[in-house]
Design a protein around this ligand. Structure first.
Ligand SMILES: [Zn+2]
Length: 354
């Protein structure tokens, strides 16, 4: 009799215990997207993939606030099964009296129209200034009434605060964020001491949760701690209402040792959500996109969704974003939470459906 070799890797045990899951088989929610046009090809791709997106309105200071929300609300009304949406608010005027009350009134109208959450962006901490010319941190007392209101209404704060740590480091061609910072130098802060440090902005974000313990906070982009899995775990431990999503940071996860990433998912299966952070904003273009451009966007998005699925659900060696890594081989129960269960619970999506 021949002995059958036994592989004691976690991936081996899981793949032996469970049949491989196919991409189409799992219901998916991309909790972080910016789609601002009703494109039948997008809708068809989403439906075929059993996927819906949470359409995030952002930023709050570029002068397109009303238009952006109108498009998001129209999309949600037309396709409530595909486009639940997250509102944001005007960051200008924070130094004016009555600011918080105005923001609260605006957000309430968006909640009435169906908004499931509120996005706050890195403008706070890195762009908006107080009257003395200092960058306003996101735990500024002027914002507290807004956070208290969200906690009372049970609406999560989807927080993209700070940036990847690479924004504070010299430009590095090997960084996954090189493309962004070489093209968006206004957000590259290396050698610019007038800006807050990464740690100072993250600490301010954490203080929001200390001041408002019942507020549900979703840290976008791994809570801007993509370089520090221990730092993520420490905050998930410390703040029971803190969650994270992986939008635009799967490429960062894939650079960590897969055992460590897998351990994070297995320890906190109820706290991590799927997202991609794709942007389709024809309202910012001088001329409308062509159908060819729309098709190309849909194609590239589907490629991204499938590559992500191979990383989270597949097993063994793989190439992600041009680099070799080991797929996470997450158990089905964890994948179901990551891909939809957590988002349905946290954003109360079942209740938001017609
Ligand atoms: Zn985004």
């Amino acid at each position: 009799m021949r002995l059958i070799p036994v592989f004691f890797t976690l991936a081996g045990i899981l793949s032996a215990a469970e049949p491989a899951l196919r991409y189409e088989q799992i219901r998916k929610i991309d909790v972080h997207s910016h789609i601002f046009e009703d494109v039948p090809a997008f809708n068809a791709m989403f439906r075929a993939a059993h996927l819906r997106t949470i359409n995030v309105c952002v930023p709050g200071g570029d002068g397109h606030l009303e238009e952006m929300h109108r498009i998001a609300r129209d999309l949600y009304r037309k396709h409530p099964d595909l486009y639940p949406f997250t509102a944001t608010f005007d960051v200008r005027g924070v130094n004016e009296p009555g600011y918080a009350a105005k923001v609260i009134a605006w957000l309430d109208t968006q909640f009435t129209a169906g908004a499931v959450a509120v996005k706050i962006w890195k403008e706070f901490g890195m762009e908006v200034k107080d009257r003395d010319g200092r960058f306003l941190l996101p735990d500024d007392p002027r914002l507290d009434p807004i956070y208290a209101h969200l906690a009372k209404r049970g609406k999560p704060l989807h927080a993209h605060l700070a940036e990847p740590i690479d924004a504070w480091r010299p430009l590095d061609k090997d960084s996954p964020h090189y493309g962004y910072y070489s093209q968006n130098p206004q957000w590259h802060l290396y050698g610019r001491p007038e800006f807050h440090s990464h740690a100072a902005i993250i600490a301010a974000r954490d203080r929001i949760m200390e001041k408002h313990p019942t507020l549900v906070v979703v840290g976008a982009h791994l809570g801007s701690l993509e370089h520090d899995l221990e730092g993520i775990a420490a905050r998930l431990e410390r703040y029971p209402n803190f969650h994270i999503e992986v939008a635009a940071r799967t490429r960062n996860l894939a650079r960590h040792p897969s055992e460590k990433v897998r351990a994070l998912f297995l320890k906190y299966p109820d706290r991590i959500m799927y997202g991609v952070d794709q942007t389709w904003k024809p309202y910012l273009r001088p001329t409308p996109p062509t159908d060819q451009q729309r098709q190309a966007h849909v194609k590239s998005l589907e490629v991204r969704y499938r590559a992500d699925f191979d990383y989270y659900a597949g097993s063994g060696e793989m190439t992600y974003n041009g680099r070799k890594t080991e797929a996470l081989a997450l158990p089905r129960a964890v994948l179901e939470k990551f891909y939809h269960g957590n988002a349905e619970r946290i954003f109360q999506l079942a209740a938001a459906k017609p």
